[in-house]
Design a protein around this ligand. Sequence first.
Ligand SMILES: Nc1ncnc2c1ncn2[C@@H]1O[C@H](COP(=O)(O)OP(=O)(O)O)[C@@H](O)[C@H]1O
Ligand SMILES: [Mg+2]
Length: 253
Amino acid sequence: MKKEETKYSKSSNQDFEGFSDIQKVPSGIPGFDELTNGGFEKNSCNLIVGPSGCGKSIFLSQFIYTGAVFYDEPGVIVNLDQKKEIVFSHLAKFNWIFFELEKKGLVSFINIKPHELKKLAEEGGGFIWDTIVDIGAKRFALDSLSSFCLYFQSQYELRESVINLFDLTRKWKCTSLFSYHTSDFSKLKFEFSLEFLADSLIALYSIRKESSRIRGIEVVKMRGSAHSSKLAPFEIVNQEGIIVYPSENIFEI
Ligand SMILES: Nc1ncnc2c1ncn2[C@@H]1O[C@H](COP(=O)(O)OP(=O)(O)O)[C@@H](O)[C@H]1O
Ligand SMILES: [Mg+2]
């Protein structure tokens, strides 16, 4: 069996009765879809939250990369923090050659400032929308929503802009991931109710255990879907990316 056939699920949520009305999109993260009944809801807005270095950007990149390579779903990455050359060269360490995908028109990377994103979103997407149409994007990733939020002084304006952004990506018919930097996601309820605006909330942890760190992933909420309530261990593996271990227990490793 080829490597990708063992690692990446081809089906969506066909094994889960009672949720057949919800179309799922495989995440492309080995092991993760077992926690979520088959991945993310199609055209939904999903928050990937956690502290610095926990793997948020890698999670988003793997979702976009595998979408383009394995699932016939091209993707657009909007990055507010870093330039394409730096991001793509780091991702090559996982054997994800984004430059090739870009050349083939399967992926597009847009580096803009938060105020530019705000303006484009108010105009209905501008050249981001043009790019989505050009490559037929079905996946969208914003890295990071927290940088977007930093731009705003008024909580009201921030909330309205995030609602607008989420509505737009749904209208674009993209399944979307938004990274959000926080070391305490319980605060998201209070920070302009961000948690309630998204369709799912996935928390990544990096837990200190003696002389090393263990990584954990938790599906805090996923609208319209049964999901595991487990804190599952995961690894970031050189040349592979994120691998989740849904049947293992984080406190036993
Ligand atoms: N090639 C690699 N092999 C294994 N682990 C890596 C590799 N590259 C990065 N990492 C791990 O991923 C972390 C960064 O992940 P990243 O997704 O950028 O975090 P975040 O976006 O949450 O700040 C690094 O601190 C390191 O632990
Ligand atoms: Mg990051």
